[in-house]
Write a protein that binds this ligand. Structure first.
Ligand SMILES: [Zn+2]
Length: 493
């Protein structure tokens, strides 16, 4: 996307020369061929070569919630309704997720760990890391933590509203964290960070991933900020994904979640905000001022009834953007091209002079900008000499046949017509992981067999969930009137 190379940085009949793990040159095929006559040639005129996609928010699930028997519920109900009926061991689950990402052209992903219990926390993390290592996918690993509001936002208020017999049954849940406590958390973070930094040209980087402002105490967030500053780490945090998260901060603190975080001096360029659907105008200005970025997850926001994020306003305010699939994409699959297309279309507000989000910016969010936000800006996200060879080939034949007007820009064509299934070859750090639409490093068939054999039915859901559901619905219903209008409406403001 660098105009030095021609319009939108596109080189006609271009090629990328890779040696070892890195890109050594980018230019016209005939020039490179002359310079490197014995180099192996991968691809041909029908392929487009581009940097791999960056999936900047993902929970590393290979089998989706839906595949495992769950249902899409409004986010706040998901703790008591629609949970999966089966589970998969973390190693195989993440290995399968990595395979699916690789075949859709993703070369860098964020993994927001979502631990399922304090007792398995460390083993769960290590198993998932082992899977990424075996798969060869580049990953920014977000170590998760939460230490409050385990049932709803403001557990105390909720407990007080319950009939007495139910209150005592629910009380233990309000103290059960699914993550490590902060002492063990920082101990593990230190170990992993040392380990990743010592690896020569390793493909894993650590981020801290506090679950969200409503799930972390002030002390914890301050400690995370200090730790990140000391070690030079990035932070990703779920922020204002839903209207109830916005309402919670207004009710409990009389200010927005972002203002609250800012008062803790938490906001900085090292922080990326996942979702941000319910940021107010003032929040957007604040995020821009502090240099925070936003990871946009349009499919997930629709599926979990969170809403449509004001991405055009983020862009206008100068906020750096990335794209994520959040393990919850529109076709229950992993397709960054479809995600970009959905993003583009959701931002097409009516009105002859309504601003639209340029497709080039959406592609940047899914590549170069995403890589910067995940801490890999100096190594990947663009095709240029000295960067890691994280390169994909896209088969353009389906876009062009039987006819495509020659004036259509490749970027527009890719976003309007591209699908994950058009990805033909994926290379990470010079290693070919996928070629001719086939996995080269791992045996897909055997992994699928192991995965099928490992699925464990969880059985009946806890009867307490069913009993609790109407109370959770009633609890949040009372907040509905406090946030009357969504931030993003389909009209020109
Ligand atoms: Zn998430």
């Amino acid at each position: 996307m660098d105009d030095r190379f021609g319009r939108d940085g596109i080189i006609q009949d271009g090629a990328v020369c890779v040696s070892g793990k890195d890109i050594v040159e980018v230019g016209r095929y005939k020039d490179l061929k002359k310079q490197y006559p014995t180099a192996t040639v991968i691809g041909s005129r029908r392929f487009w070569v581009m940097p791999g996609f960056v999936n900047a928010h993902q929970h590393g699930k290979g089998l989706t919630n839906f595949q495992l028997g769950g249902t899409d519920e409004p986010f706040e109900l998901s703790r008591v309704k629609g949970s999966p009926q089966a589970k998969v061991p973390p190693y195989l689950d993440t290995l399968y997720a990595a395979l699916r990402m690789i075949e859709s052209g993703i070369t860098l992903t964020f993994h927001y760990n979502a631990s399922r219990g304090a007792n398995f926390y460390e083993s769960d993390v290590r198993e998932r890391l082992r899977a990424y290592n075996d798969a060869g996918l580049r990953v920014t690993f977000g170590l998760d933590i939460r230490n409050r509001n385990h049932v709803v936002y403001c557990d105390d208020e909720f407990l007080a509203s319950l009939p007495e017999n139910l209150r005592e049954k629910v009380r233990p849940r309000t103290t059960q964290s699914r993550t490590a406590d902060s002492e063990n958390y920082f101990r593990l973070a230190e170990q992993l960070d040392d380990q990743f930094k010592q690896a020569i040209d390793g493909r894993i980087k650590l981020f801290l991933a506090p679950a969200g402002p409503q799930w972390c105490t002030e002390d914890l967030l301050r400690a995370i900020h200090r730790f990140a500053e000391r070690r030079g780490l990035g932070i990703q945090i779920h922020a204002l994904e839903t209207k109830y998260q916005r309402a919670y901060f207004l009710r409990a603190y009389g200010k927005s979640a972002l203002e609250w975080l800012d008062e803790l001096e938490f906001l900085s360029p090292r922080v990326s905000l996942a979702h941000g659907v319910w940021l107010s105008e003032h929040d957007i200005a604040l995020a821009a001022q502090r240099g925070c970025s936003v990871v946009h997850n349009p499919s997930s926001n629709l599926r979990l009834k969170s809403g449509i994020a004001p991405v055009t306003a983020f862009h206008a305010a100068g906020i750096a953007l990335a794209m994520g699939l959040d393990s919850s994409a529109l076709n229950d699959d992993m397709d960054m091209l479809q995600e970009m297309r959905l993003c583009a279309n959701l931002q097409r507000t009516p009105g002859v002079d309504a601003p639209t989000l340029p497709l080039k910016e959406i592609l940047a969010a899914a590549t170069s900008s995403g890589a910067k936000i995940l801490g890999w800006g100096s190594r990947c996200g663009t095709l240029e000499p000295g960067k890691a060879a994280d390169v994909i080939l896209i088969d353009s034949e389906r876009f062009r046949l039987p006819y495509l007007a020659s004036g259509q820009s490749p970027i527009d064509t890719l976003i309007y017509r591209g699908r994950a299934s058009d990805v033909d070859t994926v290379m990470i750090a010079g290693e070919i992981l996928y070629q001719g639409k086939k996995h080269r490093k791992l045996d897909l068939k055997s992994i699928l067999q192991q995965l099928q054999a490992s699925i464990e039915l969880v059985g009946k859901t806890d009867p307490l969930d069913e009993e609790l559901l109407p109370h959770v619905v009633r609890y949040y219903q009372a907040w509905d009137n406090e946030v009357l209008t969504p931030h993003h409406v389909l009209k020109n403001r």
